[in-house]
Design a protein around this ligand. Structure first.
Ligand code: 4AD
Ligand code: MG
Length: 479
């Protein structure tokens, strides 16, 4: 018989029909005459209840149906007598596809810590929490493609292996086929990358932006959505060494157009999750509410997960300049009472404590900060007439801090060259990028959304390691 997904069976279109369900056993409750099995196949957070008449099935089979086992059930779908489910499946035949020895199967039906689950990343999507997150992850990716497709943007595949450091931060993973023990050397003792696979030094990309600009300057409006890699040694709950980034790049957009698009984009994808993932969201909302109870009173969220999402969708983001934000921070209680760990003065790169103060305590909504000091931003950002700031814009989110980083791009060839020289960005690597300014240059802008940071927001999770199937962080590349 053809398998039906449990999500479909629970919609009860098939009541009184013979059906087949396949999935993994979550729990088994043995009674005298009947046994109840909660079965999940990942299609929905909800389990289907399998009702087993003990006389109908061999005892040995029932004994082997433990948590984690994979089974195939044939039977009749009926309206449920019991509470908690609309339909249940009266088993007529059960085949065990895969046993799970209860002595050693690590996922027992009890609450496991997220830290423990990270050690079994190959099994953790069988839990309610991680499976809900993974379904939302799919939906979020889909919502992103839908948003841009509906707007006429083209999805552009930018390279993973590159020769350039887009952010100029030098935090890159080298890609090489040279023998690390005896690499070919130049006369001065440095490694001769001319003999390497690509005939030059190459790395995993930190951003697809520079290549996306090629797309903007030909196709008009494009976006990339791919993995990016950063070898920064940041062991925080918001950093991954391998994360996914969405980077739209648009010709003829100035900084305001860029902000308008970013705000509309973010609201649209959050709405999509609210409209399409309510079962999973309700589960995660309840989970987050339970977690809140363990926090000290002053650190608790005033709003629940779903309320926070609705709040962001329904309210205009606060837009202000970096310089104003510094004033707000200087006038703030935590600054005056020396509660911030890091100093506040014009020119600093805002720390997460500063960003979170602005968003969570002062404005109490997402904030778009613009016109940052040029010295803390990348070489490609549009230089403002004041000579001190650049046309950058970062979006800061409650509970997360920076979720989007973007800017208008410097389109003037001479200004861009000067800035690259000042910042030691080699022209020889980016000749093609400069030619975009030499031939038919135009104002253009773009931004990057950290996919996993948005995942944190729409799942209410606290650690970025729990919203990606296989996290890559310093000292950790298991699985
Ligand atoms: O601010 P970033 O470094 O900007 C860029 O890379 C630009 N090229 C984007 C553009 O204008 N096209 O990174 C963009 C976003 C950040 O706001 C953050 O959400 C996320 O990427 N991000 C990270 N997410 C997880 N782990 C990390 N190590 C991250 N670094 C940045
Ligand atoms: Mg940034």
């Amino acid at each position: 018989m053809k398998r039906s997904k449990i999500k479909y069976l629970l919609q009860s279109d098939l009541v009184d029909n013979q059906v087949n369900a396949k999935g993994w056993v979550r729990t088994k409750r043995e009674g005298k005459n009947v046994t109840f099995i909660a079965l999940n196949d990942g299609s929905t957070i909800k389990n289907i209840q399998i009702v087993v008449d003990m006389e109908k099935l061999p005892e040995a089979t029932i004994k082997d149906i433990n948590t984690g086992a994979c089974i195939s059930v044939n039977g009749v779908l009926v309206k449920s007598q019991g509470k908690g489910q609309s339909v249940e499946l009266i088993a007529e035949h059960i085949e065990i596809l895969g046993l799970a020895d209860p002595e050693v199967y690590p996922l027992q039906p009890k609450k496991h810590s997220l830290e423990f689950l990270r050690e079994i990343a190959h099994l953790r999507p069988r839990t309610n929490t991680i499976s809900a997150i993974m379904r939302i992850r799919h939906n979020l990716a889909f919502a992103i493609h839908k948003f841009f497709n509906d707007k006429g943007f083209f999805y552009m595949h930018t390279p993973i292996v590159t020769g350039s450091d887009a952010e100029g931060a030098g935090e890159m993973f080298r890609v090489s086929t040279l023998d690390p023990k005896t690499p070919p050397l130049n006369e001065d003792g440095s490694v001769n990358y001319k003999e390497d696979f690509f005939g030059k030094e190459t790395n995993l990309t930190v951003s697809g932006q520079l290549e996306a600009e090629v797309g903007a300057m030909s196709l008009g409006e494009v976006y990339t959505f791919g993995p990016t890699f950063r070898a920064e040694n940041s062991n925080t709950s918001r950093h991954l060494a391998e994360f996914w980034m969405i980077e739209p790049e648009m010709a003829f957009y100035d900084l305001n157009d860029n902000m308008d698009l970013a705000e509309e984009f973010v609201k649209s994808i959050i709405s999509y999750i609210l409209d399409n993932c309510m079962d999973d969201l309700e589960f995660l909302d309840k989970r987050a509410a339970d977690e809140e109870k363990n926090k000290p009173q002053n650190e608790r969220n005033e709003l629940g997960l779903i309320e926070r999402m609705k709040f962001v969708v329904e309210n205009e983001f606060e837009r202000l300049e970096y310089t104003e934000a510094i004033q707000v921070l200087l006038n703030s209680k935590p600054h005056k009472k020396k509660k911030f760990k890091f100093p506040v003065e014009w020119g600093i790169d805002l720390q997460s404590e500063h960003e979170r103060y602005l968003v969570e305590k002062h404005y109490k909504k997402p904030v778009i900060l613009t016109n940052y000091p040029k010295d803390i931003k990348a070489f490609y950002m549009k230089q403002n007439p004041d000579g001190k700031t650049v046309g950058a814009m970062d979006i800061l989110f409650p509970g997360i801090g920076e979720i989007i980083g973007g800017s208008q791009r410097e389109e003037n060839l001479e200004k861009l060259k000067t800035r690259m020289e000042e910042m030691d960005v080699p022209e020889s690597e980016l000749w093609w990028y400069l030619e975009l300014r030499k031939f038919g240059t135009a104002p253009h802008s773009g931004f990057g959304l950290g996919f996993e940071r948005m995942m944190l927001f729409v799942t209410g999770m606290g650690n970025i390691r729990d919203v990606i199937p296989f996290p890559r962080t310093p000292q950790n590349a298991e699985f």
